[in-house]
Design a protein around this ligand. Structure first.
Ligand code: MN
Length: 228
């Protein structure tokens, strides 16, 4: 052990449904991966190559903790997403073997300061501060693929204060989880502990302090947070 000059940070982790914890290394996110969401964002939903951005691992918000309304925004949006957790790393992973690298799946929220993201887009600047801020990734328990398999279809839904805001099906993903892993692993060597937020369906909208967000993905799990 080196003699650290400050206290090392705690290991970011997700609780595993049924017990145990999954240590989280990096969080990759896919942009515009449902055609109807690409359209609502004013983009062309044609099958362009997938593109990625990141959040720091300590942006995770777990165990249904409250999410503090973040600073420097007046337009905090929810994006309900399927999260794939990488158990076995690799580079240049072929699509046919990609799902072997997934340890499990969770329901997650890619919370977005839409005003900062929009301004960055307009000015050709990085999205980082629109996306990778503190507590920007509320995520539910991780369900092992060994138990639930690899969901290619199934309802994905987000309710805000009990009313349905986002509702789609995993079959509507433009780039499947396997295709996404294959593509991303050509850009970076994936490592055990990496999470991939696979993109949001349509219906993204603003939330306010006091709102209760409850997301559900069929056969995967749920995510829940209150904005405070
Ligand atoms: Mn997203």
């Amino acid at each position: 052990m080196p003699e650290y000059v400050i206290t090392p940070p705690p290991q970011a982790a997700l609780a595993v449904a049924g017990g145990g914890a999954f240590p989280v290394r990096r969080i990759f996110c896919v942009g515009r991966n449902y055609a109807a969401h690409a359209r609502e964002m004013g983009a062309d939903p044609d099958r362009e190559p997938p593109f990625f951005f990141s959040k720091p691992a300590d942006a995770l918000l777990t165990r249904e903790a409250d999410m503090p309304y973040p600073p420097m925004t007046e337009d905090l949006h929810h994006e309900m997403e399927l999260v794939a957790a990488i158990g076995t790393g690799g580079a240049d992973i072929p699509e046919s073997r990609a799902l072997d690298h997934v340890w499990g799946y969770a329901a997650g929220l890619d919370m977005t300061r839409r005003d900062l993201q929009g301004q960055a887009k307009k000015e050709g600047k990085p999205w980082e501060m629109g996306k990778g801020f503190d507590a920007s990734a509320p995520t539910g328990e991780l369900a092992p693929a060994a138990r639930i398999g690899h969901p290619a279809k199934g309802a994905i839904e987000l309710r805000v204060n009990g009313a349905v805001r986002q509702k789609s099906d995993l079959s509507q993903l433009i780039w499947s989880v396997a295709e996404t892993i294959a593509y991303l692993s050509r850009l970076v060597r994936l490592a055990p502990g990496d999470l991939i937020f696979t993109g949001t369906p349509e219906g993204v909208a603003a939330v306010r302090r006091g709102d209760l967000l409850e997301g559900q993905i069929e056969a995967v799990g749920s995510v829940r947070t209150r904005i405070v």
